[in-house]
Ligand binder design. Structure first.
Ligand SMILES: [Zn+2]
Length: 63
């Protein structure tokens, strides 16, 4: 089983679809990464459920 997978989100600022790598083995991650398109900081919140399914929440920093 591949411990890493990718997730697709839309930038909360410009709406561009982005693909991010998710390390499902880590379980829980919160980090900020600049949008590749508009360069604004996106706050990522990643949760991995017991069956290994990752869900990614992306929001603007000022929310
Ligand atoms: Zn953007």
């Amino acid at each position: 089983m591949d411990p890493s997978e990718s997730a697709h989100i839309n930038c909360p600022y410009c709406g561009e679809p982005l693909e991010i790598a998710v390390e499902a083995s880590v379980g829980r991650q919160d980090y900020i990464e600049d949008c590749q398109v508009c360069c604004k900081p996106i706050q990522f919140r990643i949760r991995v459920s017991a069956d290994g399914t990752a869900s990614v929440d992306a929001r603007s920093e000022d929310e």
